[in-house]
Design a protein. Structure first.
Length: 297
């Protein structure tokens, strides 16, 4: 079993004061009040702008050396209620560090498949219980949560199709995405990879650089798009190249001007020296002219 970098859950207890909050689940089953950094507004990711946390959604993203998976509003059984007899929902977030063997990449794909197949709720619910003796009114079993995603042995590692598609929500669409995750590795790019949202329309997804996007507000089929992210990267590289060329030209001009100034300062005494001798030259010329005049007389 490969280690998980971090597991965070959002849940609540039965009592009124034990409201929903994000906590980090520790290996000793302790809970630490902490929001996953990749959904914190200060991280710059702003993933919560794309989903309603009170309704089921899935976000899989990548940033440099880490994979992030957020699954919201997972159902619990009828016995887990709050003080107002409302059913409690769980949200869960995983942070995986990339490894050379690619095990964590497979694990996060395996968890995403469970979420898309609506099989994740039961596994998470089994690990989180109401517990009035705990600080936050609930407990979490780290060992159970950390085994989710271990069924990755059958996943393959073929090169993915980098071209993006978006779609409305339907069972066959989700199955197609699951089949892709079972067969192909995730694209090597930063940003959103998978977004299943009830908040945004399919029209909105056309403007978002996401590899696979599903809007639950639409029933339309798959629409293939150009890879917006790759276009942005190419454009950024082109701009960077122009900036580097501009900086080189500016530096070259500065060096040339400096050389001109130095040469000018060096040659100035030499240029001025003959000018100081002009009066003597004028006297010599006048003397020669007077001698020639006297001779003619």
């Amino acid at each position: 079993m490969s280690s998980t970098t971090n597991i965070h859950i959002q849940s609540r207890g039965y009592k009124q004061e034990n409201d929903y909050r994000w906590v980090k689940v520790m290996p000793q089953d302790d809970l630490k009040f902490e929001m996953p950094f990749f959904i914190d507004s200060r991280s710059g990711f702003k993933l919560l702008d794309f989903v309603e946390t009170q309704r089921p959604s899935v976000i899989l993203a990548c940033q440099k050396d880490y994979f992030f998976l957020l699954v919201t509003a997972l159902e619990t059984d009828s016995a887990r209620l709050d003080w107002a007899n409302r059913p409690i929902r769980n949200s869960i977030a995983w942070t995986f560090k990339k490894d050379e063997e690619g095990i964590n990449e497979k694990r996060i794909r395996a968890i995403a498949i469970l979420a898309l197949q609506n099989k994740l709720s039961t596994k998470v619910h089994q690990a989180i219980k109401n517990d009035n003796a705990k600080d936050y009114g609930f407990s979490a079993d780290f060992s159970l949560l950390n085994t989710i995603g271990d069924s990755y042995d059958e996943l393959k590692d073929l090169a993915p199709n980098l071209k993006s598609w978006i779609s409305g929500d339907a069972e066959d669409i989700r199955q197609k995405l699951c089949d892709e995750l079972k067969t192909y590795s995730l694209p090597r790019r930063n940003g959103l990879l998978i977004l299943v949202t009830t908040l945004k329309s399919k029209d909105f997804l056309r403007q978002v650089p996401v590899w696979r996007g599903i809007s639950c507000r639409s029933t339309e089929g798959i629409e293939w798009l150009e890879d917006i992210e790759l276009e942005k990267i190419a454009s950024s590289q082109k701009k960077t190249g122009f900036r580097k060329k501009g900086a080189f030209i500016a530096m070259l001009l500065i060096v040339m001007l400096s050389l001109v100034l130095l040469i000018g300062l060096y040659l100035k005494p030499i240029i001025l020296k003959p000018i100081k001798e002009l009066p003597n030259q004028q006297e010599d010329t006048t003397q020669i002219h007077m001698e020639e005049t006297q001779a003619m007389k």
